[in-house]
Design a protein around this ligand. Structure first.
Ligand code: SAM
Length: 505
């Protein structure tokens, strides 16, 4: 197969073949014509690039950035990436840009700094706190924040204090006793204090951002990892010992479980420094609007007017079983969510876990209620026509029959994930104005030996709804294959890509 070769700045030629897949179904087990067909269709717009790298499409670069480092959101992308994409779309002050999956708010905040209005959605309250506190950067009274820091320094939990920060089952006993008391005490103190709402919100953000380090947990992979010094692991091992089972291997999430008061103070001092830098920087683009809605984009986007967006810069949850409600369980519970509310939130996420249920009936009722049943029917019928999507779903069914899927919920997740995303693509097309540019960051995945080319499949949906696929940037460093898949089915190219679509004028 003859493919073009991409010439990089370093003048080393990378054959594009390395980024393409010859066999989508390991061992030729299932049909893969439709996937090969979209590969052929989009190979010409695939650009292997070092313009964007692993750091810029992840939170890495934000770690040291003023403002963007206020919340460690490891699913986020960098301010640099947003700046590059805004340049590429030619966004100007006064334009409107959307991020349907706000997360920590990188797109909205970079837009604000450039005088660009933004609109965004996220269902996680962590996101709401992040965007609210960062967007208020110009409005903090630094003297008030200094007073707040002095007051927190002086806080001391009474010896007989019986309060304890709330838990749900999956977070039970996540903190050492001293921290669980302090976290409760400071929340009560904050609520009863006379500080402004802005200052209180800032304190909440600093508490949220310190929880993991003050706990026996760490955000690793799809779930929370637990330290062997936690009651949870100690109790589990006691039960195992009683039953004569092998003990869990000792695992330390960090050397020292940090003191919550000191960690919160460190955060407060850090944000104060950033506030002073930005307030003294002369950046006066404070008038750009940030319209954030703490809601599912699926049930908000269809109500927007048509043809007003200049562009979209976003990164949805990936189709990788990653459960935000588990990795952010400490933060969600601290923000007031209970057992059932966390479970409900899991179901409102774009289908990305094996526990996700289909949302299609709910979506149909919603479209009916807003008087748009015909639009629902149109979008859904186009989704069902997509040949590559049909092929992937039937290949996964074959794999299930063959015992190759380690969880049967994967099929429902994949079906829900792309169906919901395709609804979002269709609605984005409607709200974009002619000439608008849309950028989605996503990862390709593989289940049971079946490669799902998320970038090309998404582009084929986007094209069905009217977009022109302009470019698919793929990172030079490919994603690793999971060891399980690699051992069983060998290695394949799994791209990490930024798809660029335009609504032609
Ligand atoms: C990859 S993160 C986005 C990170 C963001 N680009 C940043 O820089 O922080 C995906 C986000 O989508 C949110 N999300 C998942 N399902 C959603 C839905 N149905 N509506 C709105 N947001 C959703 C998640 O809560 C998560 O914050």
């Amino acid at each position: 197969m003859e493919h073009q070769v991409y010439e990089q700045l370093s003048f080393i030629k990378i054959p594009i073949d390395e980024f393409l897949v010859d066999k989508f179904s390991a061992g030729g087990f299932c049909q893969d014509e439709a996937r090969r067909e979209i590969e052929k269709r989009y190979a010409g717009v695939l650009e292997i690039t070092d313009k964007f790298n692993r750091q810029s499409v992840s939170y890495q670069l934000n770690k040291k950035e003023v403002l963007h480092s206020w919340l460690k959101y490891k699913e986020g992308f960098s301010a640099d990436l947003v700046n590059m994409l805004l340049d590429e779309m030619g966004a100007k002050p006064g334009d409107w840009v959307m991020d349907p999956f706000v997360g920590s708010g990188t797109t909205a905040l970079v837009c604000q700094m450039r005088g660009i209005n933004s609109i965004g959605y996220d269902i996680m309250p962590v996101s709401a706190v992040s965007i609210k506190t960062k967007a208020a950067i110009h409005r903090y009274d630094t003297n008030e924040i200094k007073a707040l820091i002095r007051d927190v320094e002086a806080l001391s939990v009474p010896l007989n204090y019986s309060g304890c920060t709330p838990y749900i089952r999956i977070t039970q006993d996540a903190y050492p006793e001293k921290n669980e008391k302090f976290l409760h005490y400071i929340a009560v103190w904050r609520d009863e204090s006379e500080y402004s709402e802005n200052a209180k919100d800032l304190l909440t953000l600093c508490i949220i951002n310190s929880l993991e380090r003050c706990s026996y947990t760490s955000k690793v992979g799809q779930y929370l990892g637990w330290d062997c010094r936690s009651k949870k692991v100690i109790n589990a091992n006691r039960l195992r010992a009683e039953k004569g089972q092998k003990l869990l291997p000792p695992k330390y999430v960090r050397d020292v479980i940090l003191d919550s008061k000191e960690t919160i103070l460190e955060e407060l001092r850090h944000v104060l420094m950033d506030i002073e830098i930005i307030q003294n920087s002369g950046n006066d683009n404070q008038n750009a609007a940030i319209e954030f809605m703490p809601a599912s984009v699926l049930y908000k986007l269809p109500e927007l007017e048509e043809n007003f967006l200049t562009g979209v810069i976003t990164s949805p949850p990936y189709c990788n079983r990653y459960d935000y409600t588990r990795t952010y369980a400490l933060e969600l519970v601290y923000l007031g969510l209970g057992e059932q509310e966390v479970k409900d939130m899991r179901q409102s996420l774009l289908s990305c876990t094996v526990e996700s249920h289909s949302k299609i009936n709910e979506l149909k009722i919603y479209y009916e209620n807003i008087g748009q049943r015909a639009r629902f029917d149109y979008i859904y019928s186009r989704i069902k026509e997509n040949a590559a999507f049909k092929e992937i779903l039937s290949a996964l069914e074959e794999r299930k029959k063959n015992g190759d899927l380690n969880n049967n919920g994967i099929i429902r997740m994949v079906e829900g994930y792309f169906t919901e995303l395709a609804f979002i693509y269709a609605e984005i097309y409607r709200v974009c104005k002619p000439g608008a540019m849309v950028a989605f960051v996503n990862d390709n995945v593989r289940y049971g030996g079946e490669v799902i080319p998320v970038d090309f499949l998404s582009s084929s949906f986007a094209e069905q709804f009217g977009f022109k696929v302009k470019k698919i940037y793929s990172l030079k460093q490919k994603k690793g294959n999971s060891s399980q898949q690699m051992a069983k089915f060998g290695r394949v190219a799994l791209r990490k890509s930024i798809t660029i679509w335009v609504k032609e004028s």
